[in-house]
Design a protein around this ligand. Structure first.
Ligand code: OGA
Ligand code: MN
Length: 260
């Protein structure tokens, strides 16, 4: 267990002593935050920790995190859009497919302005031939809730998972199925986007750490209520070859016209 040397204070740049403001993350400032989300993309190194440089290299472009992907205004609008659907469900403590406690969830098409805009902006993270499903999985976790280690069902979900975190920071940990000592952690600030694809999605479990284990290195990341909007694509017709989708993506990326 890591010991706290700092406390999450509403922005990793402030906490880690960096001068970069969260709003200065590439993409947010360019007015095109969906750009550069393919496998060529670089994760923000301040938001990523790996058990070794080899693991970081192996998951390069496959596990991404971007701070400041949605603004505070967009976040408020997205929450206004999804809260009514969540409000009807009671918090639960287990799920057939993944160890999860203190949660409620819904699957819904985002039809408001902010929701539709968000779907468009996460679409570049997906292979052109396997775009995200139009409905988002909305997962509402209580401060004491957790998502235990799991791999998303290969039967129901495709090669790419993209999640936008709202309200509370949290830590997403990936752990290798083959070598459990290999791990990668992403610091998910409110308004951030993470993307898991190919090996990061199939060969590693992922989990949202419970409050008592919520540290990012020496940084304490206190968990409050967290709402995630998670986008997934459909599986290909010929699963479950875990790596089969990545060449498709790269091929598709190369096929697409050069950026203007
Ligand atoms: C899931 C999951 C992660 C998140 O619901 O399958 O992994 O960001 N959620 O909440
Ligand atoms: Mn999952």
């Amino acid at each position: 267990m890591h010991r706290a040397r700092g406390l999450w204070r509403g922005g990793v740049a402030a906490t880690l002593g960096g001068s970069r403001a969260i709003s200065g993350v590439p993409g947010a400032a360019s007015g095109c935050p969906g750009a550069g989300l393919g496998p060529e993309a670089e994760a923000d190194p301040a938001l990523l920790r790996a058990s070794s440089p080899e693991v970081a290299r192996r998951l390069r472009g496959l596990a991404l995190v971007r701070g400041g992907f949605v603004s505070e205004e967009e976040a408020a609008e997205l929450l206004r859009e999804v809260e009514p659907g969540l409000g009807r469900g009671r918090y639960q403590n287990d799920h057939w497919d993944r160890a999860i406690t203190g949660y409620r969830e819904t699957e819904r098409g985002l039809r408001g302005g902010a929701g539709r805009a968000l779907l468009l902006r996460v679409t570049p993270a997906f292979p052109p031939r396997r775009p995200p499903r139009p409905s988002a999985h909305v997962l509402d976790l209580l401060p004491g809730g957790r998502v235990g280690p799991h791999v998303d069902s290969v039967k129901f979900c495709g090669c790419t998972i993209a999640g936008v975190s709202l309200l509370s920071p949290s830590v997403l940990r990936l752990r290798s199925l083959q070598d459990p000592q290999d791990w990668l952690e992403l610091l998910l600030e409110p308004g951030s986007l993470y993307v898991l694809r190919a090996a990061a999605r199939y060969e590693f479990t992922h989990e949202i750490l419970p409050d008592e284990e919520s540290f990012f290195g020496g940084l304490r990341v206190p968990r409050g209520r967290r709402v995630a909007l998670i986008f997934r694509n459909d599986p290909s017709e010929t699963p479950p070859d875990p790596l089969s989708d990545l060449p498709v993506f790269i091929e598709d990326t190369q096929d697409s016209p050069p950026p203007k």
